[in-house]
Design a protein around this ligand. Structure first.
Ligand code: AP5
Ligand code: MG
Length: 186
C-alpha cells in the first residue's frame, strides 16, 4: 500500500504511522525525521534545513523533493510506503503526482488526521521536542494553515482523502484509521 498521512503539528502522524508500520511491515518515511537526522549528521541538507526547523518554517520545496525522491525510489519502497509529513504543500503534491504517474504507482489513500489546535498545543508542549516551544508551535500552525491545509481539498478532489478524527487514545485513533483505509479491525 502507498499511504500519505497529513495533519497539523502533533496530530499523531508519527505515532500512527509507527503502529501501521508494525502491522503492515511497510517502510515509514517521515520528512521531519529525515531532516532532523541530517541536522544531527551536520551534512549539507542539515545545514540548509536547520534554520527552517528552528523557526517553524517549511523547508523549500526543491530541497524536500530532492531528498524524498531519492528515498522513494530505493528498493525497500517497491512494495509500498507510509509517508508522514510529505507532501506538505501543493507544489510538493504536484511533483509527487508526476513521479507516481511516471512509475504507475498510484496512491491508495491520504489519511488526514484532524485534532483541534488547543489539544495539539498541549500535546506538543508536553512532548518538548526542540521545535516544541510556544513561539515555534505558533509558526508551525500558521504555515500549516497557509501551505498544507489546501492539500485537503487537493486530495479530496482526487477522491482519495480519508478524514479521521485524531482525538482520543492512540489506540482509538488507530482503529479509526484501519477502518478508513479498509483494513479489518482486529
Ligand atoms: P515534522 O517532524 O513532520 O513535524 P510536524 O508536522 O510539526 O509534526 P510532529 O512530528 O510534531 O507531530 P506528529 O503529527 O508526528 O505527531 P506525533 O505522533 O509526534 O516536521 C518538522 C519540521 O520539518 C517542519 O516544521 C518543517 O520545518 C520541516 N518539514 C518536514 N517535512 C516537510 C516538508 N514536506 N516540506 C517542508 N518542510 C518540511 O504526536 C505528537 C505528540 O502527541 C507526541 O508526544 C505523542 O506521543 C502525542 N500523541 C500522539 N497521539 C496522541 C493521542 N491520540 N492522544 C494523546 N497524545 C498523543
Ligand atoms: Mg512527527
Amino acid at each position: 500500500m502507498r499511504i500519505v498521512f497529513i495533519g497539523p503539528p502533533g496530530s499523531g502522524k508519527g505515532t500512527q504511522c509507527q503502529r501501521l508500520e508494525e502491522l503492515l511491515g511497510l517502510v515509514h518515511l517521515s520528512t521531519g525525521e529525515m531532516l532532523r537526522d541530517a541536522i544531527r549528521d551536520g551534512n549539507e541538507l542539515g545545514r540548509i534545513a536547520a534554520g527552517y526547523l528552528d523557526s517553524g518554517n517549511w523547508v523549500p520545496d526543491d530541497v524536500i523533493l530532492q531528498c524524498i525522491v531519492d528515498r522513494l525510489t530505493a528498493p525497500d519502497c517497491a512494495d509500498g510506503f507510509l509517508l508522514d509529513g510529505f507532501p506538505r504543500t501543493v507544489p510538493q503534491a504536484e511533483a509527487f503526482d508526476t513521479l507516481l504517474e511516471e512509475r504507475r504507482l498510484p496512491l491508495d489513500c491520504v489519511v488526514s488526521l484532524e485534532v483541534p489546535e488547543e489539544v495539539l498545543r498541549k500535546r506538543l508542549l508536553a512532548r518538548g521536542r526542540h521545535d516544541d516551544t510556544e513561539e515555534t508551535i505558533s509558526e508551525r500552525f500558521r504555515n500549516h494553515d497557509r501551505l498544507t491545509e489546501p492539500l485537503i481539498e487537493y486530495f479530496r478532489e482526487k477522491g482519495i482523502l480519508r478524514r479521521v478524527d485524531g482525538q482520543g487514545t492512540p489506540a482509538e485513533v488507530f482503529d479509526r484509521i484501519k477502518e478508513a483505509i479498509g483494513l479489518p479491525n482486529t
